[in-house]
Write a protein that binds this ligand. Sequence first.
Ligand SMILES: Cc1ncc(C[n+]2csc(CCOP(=O)(O)OP(=O)(O)O)c2C)c(N)n1
Ligand SMILES: *[C@@H]1O[C@H](CO)[C@@H](O)[C@H](O)[C@H]1NC(C)=O
Ligand SMILES: *[C@@H]1O[C@H](CO)[C@@H](O)[C@H](O)[C@H]1NC(C)=O
Ligand SMILES: *[C@@H]1O[C@H](CO)[C@@H](O)[C@H](O)[C@H]1NC(C)=O
Ligand SMILES: *[C@@H]1O[C@H](CO)[C@@H](O)[C@H](O)[C@H]1NC(C)=O
Ligand SMILES: *[C@@H]1O[C@H](CO)[C@@H](O)[C@H](O)[C@H]1NC(C)=O
Ligand SMILES: [Mg+2]
Length: 803
Amino acid sequence: MSLTWTGPFSCPPPPSSVEETPLFLSEKSYADWRYFVCVFVSLHVSNAGQQYHRAVLLLFQTSYCGHIGVEFMFINNVDQCQWIRQKIETPGIMQFTNAEKRTLLARLIRSTRFEDFLARKWSSEKRFGLEGCEVLIPALKTIIDKSSAAGIDSVIMGMPHRYGVLHLFLPLSLICRINRETDKNITLSLMANPSHLEAVDPVVQGKTKAEQFYRGDAQGKKVMSILMHGDAAFAGQGVVYETFHLSELPSYTTHGTIHVVVNNQIGFTTDPRVARSSPYPTDVARVVNAPIFHVNADDPEAVMYVCRVAAEWRTTFNKDVVIDLVSYRRFGHNEMDEPMFTQPLMYKQIRRQEHVLKKYSDKLIAEGVVTLQEFEVSVSLSLSVDFFTEEGEPKSMSCVPTGLDEEVLHHIGQTASSVPLDDFKIHPGVSRILRGRAELVKNRQMDWALGEYMAFGSLLKEGIHVRLSGQDVERGTFSHRHHVLHDQEVDKRFCVPMNHLWDNQAPYTVCNSSLSEYGVLGFELGFAMASPNALILWEAQFGDFHNTAQCIIDQFISPGQAKWVRNNGIVLLLPHGMEGMGPEHSSARPERFLQMNFEVQQLYDCNWIVVNCSTPANYCHVVRRQILLPFRKPLIIFTPKSLLRHPDARSSFDDLAKGTKFKRLIPDESPASQNPAQVKRVIFCTGKVYYELAKERKRQELEKDIAIIRLEQVFNPSPLSEYAEKYASAELVWCQEEHKNMGYYDYVRPRFLTVVANKRPVWYVGRDPAAAPATGNKSTHLNELKRFMDTAFNLSAFQGASL
Ligand SMILES: Cc1ncc(C[n+]2csc(CCOP(=O)(O)OP(=O)(O)O)c2C)c(N)n1
Ligand SMILES: *[C@@H]1O[C@H](CO)[C@@H](O)[C@H](O)[C@H]1NC(C)=O
Ligand SMILES: *[C@@H]1O[C@H](CO)[C@@H](O)[C@H](O)[C@H]1NC(C)=O
Ligand SMILES: *[C@@H]1O[C@H](CO)[C@@H](O)[C@H](O)[C@H]1NC(C)=O
Ligand SMILES: *[C@@H]1O[C@H](CO)[C@@H](O)[C@H](O)[C@H]1NC(C)=O
Ligand SMILES: *[C@@H]1O[C@H](CO)[C@@H](O)[C@H](O)[C@H]1NC(C)=O
Ligand SMILES: [Mg+2]
């Protein structure tokens, strides 16, 4: 009986309110639910309709009770639901031609041979092989072919460490750079990933976004990403969720990612029932209304079909989609591991499973699609291996001056203090800020926000794309930045003056991110990988929040160049400073960045640059230097809070004049420096505490006796010895406002001792050790400050501890 079916049941309309959201049976999949409705209907209709309903029943059985289960009923868009139903319920839609079946078999052979080849070549190594889910490679190939036919020419992929060995072999096993069906070239890149599962997800997304951005691919028609996941990690790692939530945000979307979950129903030795609370490992994807295809990985045709549909879904709707490859892991966690210790019954079953290649080839031989002889010949073909090669890196070291022309400074200053659009009504508070800026510019002065404007604006003029991302960065957490102005009378009307500087300037992107650090920092890191001619900055709301993204810092940013021979110029802006605000938000934990600092004489070889600028001009210089250096290096900047408005924390245009550059150290500028022999004490410090020290020195009228030297780039020993010699008879002091077991102390100590070669004592002035970064008691805070100021300036008797 032939049947053209239009369907007695229609897809439920999208819920119009939360209350109406349909409830789903958590244990039974959608497939089961449809099936039971059919059974019910077919049992309750009249005889006349029975034949028809038996056919409907059969249709549902074939659509939903086979090797594919699809979850899509939660999608709140009728067109999208109908589109999926049509792909699943249309009779005969899952049929393959003989040619397609032969290609599929060939790919399966290749993938299987590849695993065998690895097993032979590295028989005693941990390989974390794919055995049990060999279908992954033909599956990826299908997705890529299908996407390439739709116009994609660049695919960026991320995958778990587990399949790490594949890194080396991707060109061999799955990348045909030329798509034979469409005769198009396609570039595949696999992101290097650390062993931290899922950490690479946002990085892949950022890199994809950057490629789309620089190629002008605003709809994601040319560049796309594919992410592979393990079942336990997909459910357990929060960064998966963070990455999903970036997927539809205008400044972060990559216009649809295809997720492939290798669901081998185990995580190392842990069963799903104790590894997650949701029925499926993929449930996290429901938050973004992504359709989810569960498919039996032992049915290669079903897998291929689902992959095609997923690729078409992305082309059609530009939204994320998930493929859950339900499979098993033939061996232990790695090939040396004994799975029977923990999953005895499961592994007895697995041993009885026939290999997917055997199953599928038997099927095709039985169908007469291939002959046994053909099959045996293709299985015995040998494989050759080639490796990825690394690109060369620049070695030149010269650093150009980062100063600017007076007209450029004035022009940027004027733009920063005006509204470029007509009839645009800004808030009176913002108006006041702009007037304040205009006043500063008139006096050839700048505060922190203007210093930043000068840095970004001048780079934009030089054709450098600038992207600043993080929570509330558009206005600035401390309301000092205001890079986006909002019309007070017209909803959603806003303007970005930075984009109105020059006719041929590069674009400026400033974007409030979602409330995520791990996901967003990973994203920006990926973005920064795409082009060396872009300044990519991530700002933490407060510096201490960077620890939520610690994995990205530890696994990618700090060791990136050493691990992967990749330069990356990402900039982290971390607001920091002890201002009596309590233990939260006082410290960006400079000690951690310094501990991981691999400093060497050659800047090129160090892992990152840590700075703590105390003036707007120096901030501007260091940001410009980031791009003008002939190589890229991550830059960590501890940015201020109270200094944003501190009347002394200002710079003159002269500090940014042509020929000036970043100062790694700011020497003493008081009368003490004129007469160094008279100086009794030299205080070395970094950052904001300088202003407190300078104020106290002035109050006590000690400007002839005490010199204060600021280290802006921590740490550079040679100028230290220069100043130790200059002030030959003075006591040397290191002063920091952080507690002694935090801040710079442990880093500075051995370096100072080397410089003075134990010939002179060096003293420590600062707070005692503590567990929390700062006290929660304001009066304790002030007492602490008073105590260490007294110590720093008491020349009659030194009461500080020796360093
Ligand atoms: C991990 C982290 N990042 C940033 C912040 C800074 N922060 C404090 S409150 C807030 C907004 C919170 O929004 P929401 O969750 O909607 O709660 P609400 O305060 O509106 O109730 C942010 C970004 C934070 N507290 N924690
Ligand atoms: C594909 O790349 C090769 C090698 O770079 C090139 O020779 C060929 O012309 C390209 N083909 C297409 C269709 O772009
Ligand atoms: C970004 O956040 C700031 C708050 O810092 C807010 O003023 C601004 O409107 C936000 N912009 C958007 C587009 O959400
Ligand atoms: C830099 O270091 C100093 C001294 O420890 C600290 O007080 C300051 O808050 C840090 N950051 C800035 C921007 O000054
Ligand atoms: C804060 O510390 C002061 C002493 O520095 C003490 O007298 C006061 O009781 C403390 N306040 C609180 C709320 O603990
Ligand atoms: C300096 O230290 C001496 C000796 O401990 C002490 O007597 C004096 O009061 C201190 N001076 C100040 C200003 O704290
Ligand atoms: Mg698993």
